[in-house]
Every structure is written in structure tokens, then in C-alpha cells.
Design a protein around this ligand. Structure first.
Ligand code: 3MF
Ligand code: MG
Ligand code: MG
Ligand code: MG
Length: 386
């Protein structure tokens, strides 16, 4: 029970199980799994794939011969295990050259290099079969607003994404780009801080159909937002191209906790959204084991993410099949409007009907909606007594 299978489409970043437990205040505490080790370990646990930043696999200063060997050994591990690489991304935040941003740097040398580095990551991703390319602008932001014009930054970011779309088209790569928002960390403020902000930008691109979002649970929660709502908006817009599952206490530093380990109720509604609306993309975990853990703890962490998703999926089935819950929902959603000619679409006729509508404000305003009971039943499903 709750054993992951390939069909579940679970993926992990090489940087997640590769994380050695370093933080801004402390040194590494363990050997992270190398790319080849990660592939074997994750395949054994039943994951579908691995994703990576260019430099998670190939060091930024690797020679062409080193790159060739690393990619060959990685590909052999993939072939031996059947693990896939559905998504690739690029590090535009680790190297000192990106200290003031990449696509939004004031320095055109940095902007040009960032685009070239991304293009080379797209090439690498295609070699390994990736279909989604994630862009997280980790350093696209500021602490000193006097130093960087936020209007210029939007124009520069747009210009870069337009360039990358043209490149993908020119090579027939067929990439879908997924933009990942985060409100802060490592910058004091990161531009385009929420998934909603990304959706706003996408509409202004040259090829909006090629670009969607990669929302992350932790990032919306850091901003105090409801992740389920953010993901729902993206899904409804046809823009949920990828998703970063993890967990986070609201308003804190970036914690990247194991999925479902903190906000279990929000995690439940997220799984319900993805399952009820048939999300077909990858279920990617962008989290890492606590710094208290050794390598066995990393394995437990990886298992736990997938297991929690599958358990919540089972809870969603229970919720959807629960007669008391369904009766309440039928009542909540069963109210009727008796207004011939009006269908919530504007027309002169519907307007006329609307103007003539009799409204019993007092009766409607006094009706109880039974949400307390519904919420308690939901909690009892989650807590495992229903
Ligand atoms: C940072 C993140 C990033 C992105 C990654 C993928 C290092 O908080 O979430 O992980 O997910 O760069 O593009
Ligand atoms: Mg993150
Ligand atoms: Mg993080
Ligand atoms: Mg992420």
C-alpha cells in the first residue's frame, strides 16, 4: 500500500537528494547523493524521473571531455534504471557573475551570458529527453531599488524569455517553459514574486502559448498566500506546466520541508485539485532532508514525500465517496435561480431579466451554509477516522 510506481509520475531534483545539509549558518553534514547514485536510489524507490540544473550535473568549469564523460555515465544510469529526465533547468544564481541577477542584470554582458547559459542547458536537456524547461529567477531582484529600475527589469526579463522561445522554435525542441515565482531569498525582493505575477507577465510575451508556470508550495506560503488557490488559478488558465511540491511554515525563511509535513490540510486540497482536475504533468518534489539527517535519512525523506502524496490521494477518494460530505456539497451547490432569460452572459434580454429580478435578501442572507460541519468532516477524513 502507498508504494510509488512509475505511473505516479514522481520526480526529484538532483539538487534535492544531492543536498549535503549546508545552510547559511552551517557546513555540510553529509555526503549528498551524486547524480548517478541519485538515479539508482530514486529508481529503487519507484520514482519516475530526475530533473536538474545544468551545474547539478556538469560543473560550470568542466572541460568538453569532462562534460562528455559525465553525461555518458549519467545516461548509462538512466538507461540501466529506466528513469527519465522530464524537466531541466539552469542555475542563474550560483556563480558570482549572477550576484545582481541574470536576465535582469544592469550589465548587458551578464544578460547575454545568462541567455547563452540557458540555451546550452536547453541543448543538454534535449539530449536527455526533457520536455519542460523551468526558469527560476533566483537573483532577479534587488535589495537597493535605487540601483535597478524595476520597469527596465520587467522589459529585460521579457526580452530574455522571448529569446529562449525563439531559440526553442528554431531548433524544433518543442520545450514548454515553466516560470517559477518566489517572493524573496536569496534576494531581499525577487521580481515577479508570485505565480499570479508570472501569469500576468506571460500574457505579454511573444509566444504566451509556450510558457506556463511552475508554482512551489513553499514560495507562495512564504508570501502568506494560499498555494491551493495559486495552483488552481494556473490550472484553470491551462498554465500549470509543472509543480514543485514541498512544505513550509508561513512567512519564514525558505524551508523546503518534506511534502505534507507542515500544512497537511492545504496539501490535501492541492492533491484534490491535481487529481480531480486530472493534472497530467510531473509531480516534482523540490525539497530536501533536514540537516539532522544522514544518507539513510535522505532515503526516508524521499520515500516520505511520495508516500504522503499517495496517502492524500487515497483521502481524496474517501472525501469524494463520503455520502455525508457529498450530501452537504449537493445542498451547498444545489441552490437554483429562477430567472428565465438570464444565464450570466451579457445580452440585452439577460439585462432586462436581471433588472426585473425579485431578491429576498433577508432569507438568503440568513441561510446557514453548513461549512463548519463540512470542514469537520474533511478534517476527520484527513485525521483518519472516516
Ligand atoms: C529555490 C527553488 C529552486 C528552483 C529550481 C528549479 C533550487 O527556492 O525552488 O530550487 O525550483 O531552480 O528551477
Ligand atoms: Mg524553492
Ligand atoms: Mg529552496
Ligand atoms: Mg522550486
Amino acid at each position: 500500500l502507498f508504494v510509488p510506481k512509475k505511473e505516479d509520475r514522481f520526480t526529484f531534483g538532483l539538487w534535492t537528494v544531492g543536498n549535503p545539509g549546508r545552510d547559511p549558518f552551517g557546513l555540510p553534514v553529509r555526503e549528498g547523493f551524486t547524480p548517478v547514485e541519485a538515479v539508482h536510489m530514486l529508481a529503487e524507490l519507484g520514482a519516475y524521473g530526475v530533473n536538474f540544473h545544468d551545474n547539478d550535473l556538469v560543473p560550470i568549469d568542466a572541460t568538453p571531455a569532462e562534460k562528455e564523460r559525465i553525461v555518458r555515465e549519467f545516461r548509462q544510469a538512466l538507461e540501466a534504471t529506466g528513469l527519465k529526465v522530464p524537466m531541466v533547468t539552469v542555475s542563474l544564481f550560483t556563480d558570482p557573475i549572477f550576484k545582481d541577477g541574470a536576465f535582469t542584470s544592469n550589465d548587458p554582458r551578464v544578460r547575454a551570458y545568462a541567455i547563452r547559459k540557458t540555451i546550452e542547458s536547453m541543448d543538454l536537456g534535449k539530449e536527455l529527453g526533457a520536455e519542460v524547461f523551468v526558469l527560476w529567477g533566483g537573483r532577479e531582484g534587488a535589495e537597493v531599488d535605487a540601483g535597478k529600475d524595476a520597469v527596465d527589469s520587467m522589459k529585460r526579463y521579457r526580452e530574455a524569455v522571448n529569446y529562449l522561445c525563439e531559440y526553442s522554435l528554431s531548433q524544433n525542441y518543442g520545450y514548454k517553459f515553466a516560470l517559477e515565482a518566489k517572493p524573496n531569498e536569496p534576494r531581499g525582493d525577487i521580481y515577479l514574486p508570485t505565480t499570479g505575477a508570472m501569469l500576468g507577465l506571460i500574457a505579454t510575451l511573444d509566444h504566451p502559448e509556450m510558457v506556463g508556470v511552475n508554482p512551489e508550495v513553499a514560495h507562495e506560503r512564504m508570501a502568506g498566500l494560499n498555494f491551493y488557490h495559486a495552483a488552481a488559478q494556473a490550472l484553470e488558465a491551462g498554465k500549470l506546466f509543472h509543480i514543485d511540491l514541498n512544505d513550509q511554515k508561513m512567512g519564514r525563511f525558505d524551508q523546503d520541508l518534506r511534502f505534507g509535513s507542515d500544512g497537511i490540510k492545504e496539501a490535501f486540497f492541492l492533491v484534490k485539485l491535481l487529481e480531480d482536475y486530472n493534472y497530467k504533468g510531473m509531480l516534482h518534489f523540490d525539497a530536501h532532508a533536514l540537516r539532522t539527517e544522514d544518507r539513510q535519512g535522505v532515503v526516508e525523506f524521499a520515500k516520505g514525500n511520495m508516500r504522503t502524496y499517495l496517502i492524500l490521494k487515497e483521502k481524496v477518494k474517501r472525501f469524494n465517496a463520503d455520502p455525508d460530505i457529498q450530501a452537504l456539497l449537493a445542498e451547498i451547490n444545489g441552490r437554483k435561480l429562477d430567472l428565465p432569460g438570464f444565464d450570466f452572459k451579457y445580452s440585452p434580454e439577460s439585462l432586462q431579466a436581471l433588472r426585473g429580478m425579485a431578491v429576498d435578501r433577508e432569507t438568503i442572507g440568513a441561510e446557514g451554509l453548513n461549512y463548519e460541519k463540512l470542514d469537520q468532516l474533511t478534517m476527520e477524513i484527513i485525521m483518519g477516522v472516516r
